[in-house]
Design a protein around this ligand. Structure first.
Ligand code: ATP
Ligand code: MG
Length: 792
């Protein structure tokens, strides 16, 4: 074993890295080096055990995480690392299906349909079924049912729906038609990338033997978020050798809503008897302050296995809290704080702003632009979601697979060729009657009834373009292929004729697409020829399109020096020097879902998941963690946009005030003492937030002081909020009541600062809201429990 691979590992990590054959589970909290264990283990297998790189499969959750893992491996192993199979489950599924397409009834160049494609297809099928009036279920609802079934790797025939569930019955019928339509189009959706390989492997022992024999080692990062389909896929690939290493953290399970199942991790040793379990407890990422904050939040989850991380690092900077009047003011404060952060030398790409929902990015973007801070939204799909880019991609997908009706419908009249909806309907009728794809119906246009000569001519022109592309571009380099598609389709020329600002921007986006394709080609050219005898690399265009299709929510590059903006979900596994957690409000984080149709147990589960999300967000920070919130936030209800008052997140109330620095802690203690005065003398600073559940802790705010009127940028004088070394950053006085006094038993002797000693008569409520009735010498008093301490 070469020394350097083991050098930067602690004993437990080393045990996991050196573990020989057989199942291995690393269950550990955030920042404890789980991903590092995977990387070093792979490096060791290749370098010291002589395992051939392409016999190792490592899966992780996002392309970004996979990219980082590949980079780390390349640094350790050099170019040979490129032959490792390191990718997301979906990318693996696509790669698998390219090789096994025929078994799945797909052409090797099958198209991958994303959510937008899926929705269009579902809408069309609902229309065909005469159900597009919205009376039963919407396309979105139908699709979410289908996706849920796919998460469980169920085929249409295997779906169980109660006979009383009318919508479910419709969804099931639709699912059947939907799969048939995909097959006809030679396309797979995202779910299929998991379901098809899983089922093929499960049902064909020879195939399973071949694939599981091929991978001598399978490693899975972020294992807590695997759904049943992914889990079964993994199991099928592991095979009898059982060389499987999974790492995860049940506290970071945040994809339950997508069908992920934590029991996969908690019950792992049940499925793989004899699993060696390694726990890691030292955190190397964050300061003690950040860890304490994260622990304060996660330890209140209702159902969890207790585990506590420790660090050798010191307390570091206190937490900071920024408060804005509304989401714009909040965003401005964040932008200013980022400017300060950059001013002290932190590179932009070591700074992240995390939020719960995508919609929160808009004001943040505006504020960062205004402050001239370069940023990037880590979502990836935004560029490829633009209409003109999708049009171009549709032409390219047609070139590889003219059967893809959805792509054909998208571009048959783009740019405009005067092919109207009527014409398309007649084509469709013809195609359905003959059981052929639209492209063939167009070839057969002379036989299509009721077409005007002009429409026939226009269709002929379109057919020639697509047939020409199909004949010429599939084997070209991606860059050239994209250029050809843009030229021959007329997409670019039409925009260039237009001269409007919008057209110029669209043309620029298309140029950007060409650039992206060229970069892709260059990267491919740098790849050494594969040593894997089975590796039949598809031509560059197909791979480029696949890469575009697989860009999920959590993807995209973080170009150097740019501040990253992303959702909490997308931030999984990543780390940054400074993290801003925006929108710390009840309703935003925890995010409010329509809880009306949830059972209490489901609601608790949903709230726990929000807590875990908050934990994931906090533990991304290495050195500085800033929390921010808005006092009111625009919301989009049924009556259009309106402002709603936002109450600080209940998670804030879980944080010990000390973490915000000594000054804040002193202030909070002073307030507590004031609040302990008899009620009449108490300043009216308590505002109970209406969304809070009984027994939930809450924050008490001194509202007047909350919006710092002298914030910089308005008055020019430095606000209290400006961070300086070691000093707390805080925008206003606030009062946090962590749950320190536990509930008391009847009969216990307690002490109160001004009332002296007494005996508890009763105690109710929980956490910060617990109250006790106490018999003091001066009489019976009802007292907030946290102002009481146990008398010796
Ligand atoms: P998460 O749960 O957030 O995915 P993780 O458990 O995967 O976290 P890593 O990302 O592997 O944790 O490690 C966190 C940080 O700590 C990284 O910067 C890593 O390089 C560093 N680290 C891990 N182990 C050690 C070690 N033994 N010595 C020094 N640094 C380490
Ligand atoms: Mg990790």
């Amino acid at each position: 074993m070469s020394e350097d691979l083991l050098q930067d590992l602690n004993a437990a990590q080393r045990e996991a890295v050196l573990h020989g054959e057989g199942p291995l589970l690393v269950l550990a909290g955030a920042g404890s080096g789980k991903t590092r264990v995977i990387v070093h283990r792979i490096a060791r297998l290749v370098r010291d055990e002589g395992v051939i790189p392409w016999q190792i499969l490592a899966v992780t959750f996002t392309n970004k995480a996979a990219g980082e893992m590949r980079e780390r491996l390349e640094r350790l192993l050099g170019p040979t690392a490129r032959e490792l199979w390191v990718q997301t489950f979906h990318a693996f599924g696509a790669r698998f299906l390219r090789r096994e397409a025929a078994r799945a009834g797909l052409p090797p160049a099958f198209a991958i349909y994303d959510t937008d494609d899926q929705l269009r297809l579902v809408k069309r099928l609902l229309a065909e079924m005469g159900l597009d009036d919205g009376s039963s279920l919407t396309a979105r609802e139908a699709l979410s049912r289908i996706d849920a079934w796919k998460n469980e790797a169920r085929r249409p025939g295997e779906v169980e729906v109660s006979p009383y569930d009318a919508e479910g019955q419709v969804a099931r019928q639709l699912y059947e038609r939907y799969q048939a339509a995909l097959l006809r189009a030679g396309a797979a959706d995202f779910g299929d990338l998991l379901v098809l390989p899983t089922r093929l492997l499960e049902e064909d022992p020879a195939l399973r033997a071949r694939w599981s024999g091929r991978f001598r080692h399978v490693l899975v990062d972020e294992f807590q978020d695997t759904n049943p389909a992914q889990y079964r896929l993994m199991k099928a690939l592991v095979g009898a050798r059982r060389n499987v290493c999974v790492v995860g953290d049940d506290d970071q399970a945040i994809y339950r809503w997508r069908g992920a199942d934590v029991s996969n991790i908690l019950g792992f040793d049940g499925d793989f008897p004899g699993t060696r379990v390694v726990k890691l407890e030292q955190n190397y990422r964050s300061t003690r302050t950040i860890l304490d904050a994260a622990h304060a939040v996660i330890s209140r989850a209702r159902r969890r296995r207790e585990k506590r991380l420790w660090t050798e690092r010191d307390a570091g900077a206190p937490l900071a809290l920024l408060v804005g009047e509304d989401e714009h003011a909040e965003a401005e404060r964040i932008a200013r704080a980022i400017a300060v952060e950059r001013g002290r030398g932190t590179p932009g790409d070591e700074i992240a702003v995390l939020y719960r929902t995508n919609a929160q990015s808009r004001p943040l973007e505006a504020a960062l632009r205004a402050a001239r801070i370069p940023y990037v939204i880590v979502r990836g799909t935004s560029f490829y979601d633009r209409a003109e880019v999708r049009d171009a991609a549709a032409y390219l997908r047609l070139a590889l697979n003219p059967r893809s009706d959805l792509d054909l419908e998208r571009v048959v009249n783009r740019p405009s060729r005067k092919i109207g909806e009527r014409t398309v309907e007649r084509l469709r009728a013809h195609a359905v009657a003959k059981g052929i794809p639209l492209f063939e119906a167009i070839a057969d246009r002379e036989a299509v009834a009721d077409l005007k000569p002009a429409a026939r001519a226009a269709l002929g022109e379109f057919h020639e373009i697509v047939a020409g592309l199909a004949a010429d571009v599939p084997t070209l380099d991606a860059g050239i292929a994209v250029q050809e598609a843009l030229r021959r389709s007329g997409l670019l020329a039409r925009l260039e004729e237009e001269h409007s600002d919008e057209a110029v921007e669209r043309a620029e986006n298309l140029a950007e697409l060409v650039a992206a394709a060229r970069e892709f080609d260059e990267a491919l050219a740098g790849e050494p020829p594969p040593t894997d005898p089975d590796e039949a690399r598809p031509p560059p265009l197909a791979r480029f399109l696949e890469q575009i299709a697989l860009l999920g929510e959590a993807d995209g590059e973080t170009p150097e020096g740019r501040v990253a903006l992303m959702t909490l979900h997308a931030a999984k596994g990543l780390e940054f020097e400074a993290v801003f957690l925006a929108g710390m409000e009840d309703g935003t984080l925890p995010h409010e879902r329509p809880w009306s149709d949830q059972t209490p147990a489901e609601r608790d589960e949903a709230q726990d998941e929000e807590r875990r999300l908050c934990y994931v967000g906090m533990t991304r920070a290495k050195a500085r963690l800033t929390l921010s919130l808005a006092r009111r936030r625009m919301s989009f209800g049924e009556g259009g946009p309106s402002y709603r008052q936002a109450e600080p997140s209940r998670f804030l109330a879980d944080l010990p005030p000390e973490l915000f620095g000594d000054a804040v802690a002193r202030e909070v203690r002073a307030r507590e003492a004031r609040a302990a005065q008899p009620p009449a003398a108490r300043p009216p600073l308590v505002r109970r937030h209406p969304g809070a559940l009984e027994g939930e802790p809450h924050i008490e705010l001194d509202a007047e002081d909350a919006i710092a009127p002298g914030s910089p940028g308005r008055s020019g004088r430095p606000a209290r909020g400006e961070p300086s070394r070691g000093e707390p950053t805080i925008d206003y006085d606030f009062d946090q009541r962590p749950d320190r006094a536990g509930p008391f038993q009847r009969g216990e002797r307690v002490r109160h600062a001004s009332l002296g000693e007494g005996i508890v008569l009763s105690c109710d409520g929980a956490g910060a809201d617990a109250k006790a009735t106490v018999r003091f010498d001066s009489g019976d008093k009802r007292i907030v429990a946290r102002f009481l301490s146990r008398a010796e």
